[in-house]
Design a protein around this ligand. Structure first.
Ligand code: GRF
Length: 209
């Protein structure tokens, strides 16, 4: 099978982007990152992309005259690079309805908690882990889910648990969760690369090989 052509959208450091590329390099993921997009010109993700000679674009509203024009730029870039699947990795902007519909069931996001807990608007970065600790949870985790028009509401594709330790701080917990993120995202994308994902409403089934 040809490698799945993916685009990664990221606003931050891009460690998930790096992990996806590493899984590809190690032969664990049959995909090719053909485009990286960021809404932040100084995102670490753009730097990582350039270091790997992956085409990278900074697309933000401030460089366009309207939301529609920005949207068109996204769609053009994705079409130009023949993108088959989009992986959001710390991308903090909501996607337009047009983009979501164009790539229906072909957009994934990774969230550093077990959705539907600790997700939604404003729940990102250390705030997620702080909320988990404040609640006194004994377990948290990672969710890879399909993306719809809202934040963190699409159907889960894969979830993995991470235990919360009694002496955890936001930093120690975030690091342990991130370690799992780096493993699970490539696994989820590989399911799409192998055409093993069946989506029926909110249920995502995985065909066994
Ligand atoms: C990750 O924790 C991811 O779950 C969340 O944003 C963070 C991105 O981290 N959506 P990085 O930029 O990939 O290091």
């Amino acid at each position: 099978m040809n490698p799945l052509r993916i685009s990664v959208f990221a606003s931050g450091t891009g460690s998930n982007l790096a992990a996806i590329q590493e899984a590809i390099d190690q032969g664990k993921l049959n995909a090719r990152i053909v485009l990286v997009i960021s809404n932040k010109s100084d995102a670490g993700a753009l730097e990582i992309a350039r270091n790997h000679k992956i085409p990278a674009q900074y697309l933000a509203l401030e460089n366009f005259t309207s939301v529609d024009e920005l949207d068109q730029a996204f769609l053009n870039a994705l079409k130009d690079h023949k993108v088959e699947l989009i992986a959001l990795a710390g991308y903090l902007k909501r996607l337009s309805s047009r983009l979501v519909q164009t790539y229906k069931n072909r957009i994934l996001n990774i969230h550093p908690a077990l959705l539907p807990s600790f997700g939604g608007t404003g729940m990102y970065g250390r705030k997620v882990h702080q909320a988990v600790l404040d609640y006194g949870c004994k377990v948290t985790g990672v969710t890879v889910h399909l993306v719809d028009e809202e934040y963190d509401t699409g159907a889960p594709v894969l979830q993995r648990c991470v235990p919360v330790q009694q002496d955890d701080t936001v930093e120690t917990l975030a690091a342990r969760v991130l370690e799992q993120e780096h493993k699970i995202y490539a696994v989820a994308i590989q399911l799409f690369a192998e055409n093993r994902v069946i989506i029926q409403g909110r249920k995502v089934f995985v065909k066994s090989i």
